[in-house]
Design a binder for this molecule. Structure first.
Ligand code: NOJ
Length: 535
């Protein structure tokens, strides 16, 4: 008997911003009870696992990634009991739930920081303090649009403290064993509420060492391996998903095992985001040339057989351009963010549909690639109906607007007079036109196509588990590949161009069209795609 397939290797994920999803108590903010009200929608869509963005008490400088209390729920979202009720209700529908775990930093409002700045033990060394701001100068600044240094001066303590993100997010000092233990306590607390794992935030930055860029250090990996050992011992059903916006060879290290031998099981993270492939999908599409995607996947090392990549087209942050060259970044900005308001830090703060000029063919094409290339797909809430963005809102808020459920007031999101953010209400992406109810009723809608993708993905284990072999078609506008698992071979064809491209195909079954394909020459229409199960 072959070993059973771990659930996360074949799962479809749905990234959910609780504040935006559904407001159950009419205060203008989405909440946990609201998510419960919409679980049937998510189950019907066919996703397997929800990833909840942070719900901790927080001053919301970084929308909850600045945690003020690791053991609570932000009052906007509800209570701990609501959190547990959500997990239970999700499980009752066969949905799993993972949540953000933010271990690198806290809010400056966290009691640990308040005590640390006053040198109150045991918190004195909970953060990274220094008399000078000249240490660790090789570490890059991540929030380039707001911060000019990774050090900030604290009047109370009379020292600088280290922060990789906003200055209101001091980094915890992982050299302090007490901090390491605190995080294990936090992990146990949330796992005991019933979670199925964590998306672990900002993992490359846990430790600092002079003479390095303070990323991906051996000490960081050693700590994360201890975290994994805890999970394996106490919560073996659950996963750790790694957020490391790094090159594939650097992310490979976060799976653990033996970097030179993928047959050795991973002992760090179960899953890791594949950041570099994401901008290259947009690049390949705009250039009508598969090369960027093929190159990055060829350069991606094999991972242990108990691990899986996570892939995505968009998320709650800016579309990051950290993992491209300077020249490519300038090109991406020129092509996809012509208005400076669309840019943020090293990225583009727009949603999927507007990035693709709301061209249904291109939206489907990129989603088809998301489902057919290696890695578990993650959908970002609202992208399944082609929601728009609001670049008038600051920071990343423009891609965090209320979910558009129907054409009633407030898009069916809330009954409040004032919402945490305005509903999108323009002629193209506005809620009267783009909403769940309308797309549910329309068999030709994007939502129905997404449901079809998900259902077909689940019928085809080769897409989740198969190996990858690119077709060497003479036209580089054709991104074609085979995914093979046991006796199943799926031929996936994508036309990245605005012209027809002819491909020779074998006798097959066309999964999405639901018809037999006798084989022979096939002309893919502009931006067309096919999933063919080879006979
Ligand atoms: C990554 C998160 O996705 C982002 O939203 C956040 O600002 C940073 N980590 C800092 O926690």
């Amino acid at each position: 008997m072959p070993a059973p397939i771990p659930w996360y290797q074949t799962a479809v994920f749905y990234e959910l911003y609780v504040r935006a999803f559904r407001d159950s108590n009419g205060d203008g903010h989405g909440d946990l009870r609201g998510v419960i009200e919409r679980l049937d929608y998510l189950a019907d869509l066919g996703v397997d696992c929800l990833w909840l963005l942070p719900t901790y008490p927080s001053p919301l400088v970084d929308d909850g990634y600045d945690v003020a209390d690791y053991y609570g729920v932000h009052p906007d979202y509800g209570t701990l009991a609501d959190f547990e009720a959500l997990i239970e209700a999700a499980h009752a529908r066969g949905l799993r739930v993972i949540a953000d775990l933010i271990i690198n930093h806290t809010s400056d409002q966290h009691p640990w920081f308040q005590a640390s700045r006053r040198r109150q033990d045991p918190y004195t060394d909970y953060y990274v303090w220094s008399d000078t701001d000249q240490k660790y100068r090789e570490a890059r600044i991540i929030f380039l649009d707001t911060e000019t240094s990774n050090w900030a001066w604290d009047e109370v303590r009379g020292q600088y403290y280290w922060h990789r993100f906003y200055r209101q997010q001091p980094d915890l000092n992982f050299d302090n064993p007490a901090v390491q233990e605190e995080m294990f306590k936090v992990v146990r607390f949330w796992m005991n509420r019933g979670l199925d794992g964590f998306r672990v935030d900002a993992v490359p930055y846990l430790f600092e060492r002079e003479g390095t860029n303070c990323e991906n250090l051996p000490e960081t990996h050693a700590y994360l391996k201890r975290l994994r050992a805890l999970m394996d011992a106490e919560y073996p059903h659950a996963i750790l998903l790694c957020e490391a916006n790094q090159w594939p060879e650097d992310v490979r290290a976060y799976f653990g095992g033996d970097p030179n031998d993928p047959t050795v099981p991973g002992d760090e993270f179960h899953m890791g985001f594949h950041f570099p492939v994401m901008p290259r999908l947009y690049m390949a599409l705009r250039r009508g040339d598969r090369t960027p995607v093929v190159d990055i996947l060829r350069r991606t090392p094999p991972i242990p057989s108990n691990c899986q990549w996570c892939t995505f087209l968009r998320n709650h942050d800016e579309l990051t351009l950290e993992m491209v060259t300077e020249e490519e970044r300038q090109w991406m900005w020129a092509e996809y963010a012509p208005d400076p308001r669309m840019r943020l830090n090293l990225g583009i703060r727009r949603r999927l549909a507007p990035l693709l000029d709301n061209d249904r063919r291109k939206i489907e094409l990129l989603n088809s690639l998301l489902f057919t290339l290696p890695g578990s797909p993650i959908l970002y809430y609202g992208d399944e109906i082609g929601m728009g963005d609001n670049i008038a809102l600051p920071d990343r808020n423009g891609v965090r607007t209320p979910m558009q459920w129907d054409s009633s007031a407030n898009a069916g999101f809330s009954t409040a007079a004032r919402l945490y953010a305005p509903v999108i209400d323009d002629p193209i992406y506005g809620y009267r036109r783009v909403n769940v109810a309308a797309q549910m009723a329309n068999p030709a809608s994007l939502l129905q196509r997404m449901r079809r993708f998900i259902a077909a993905y689940k019928d085809l284990p080769a897409l989740a588990l198969g190996d990858l072999e690119f077709l060497d078609h003479p036209d580089r506008g054709l991104l074609g590949f085979r995914r093979r698992y046991r006796r199943q071979t799926v031929l996936c064809l994508h036309n990245l161009t605005a012209r027809g491209i002819q491909v020779q195909t074998p006798d097959a079954y066309d999964v999405l069209a639901n018809l037999d394909w006798p084989g022979g020459p096939l002309t893919l229409p502009p931006y067309g795609y096919r999933w063919l199960v080879v006979r």
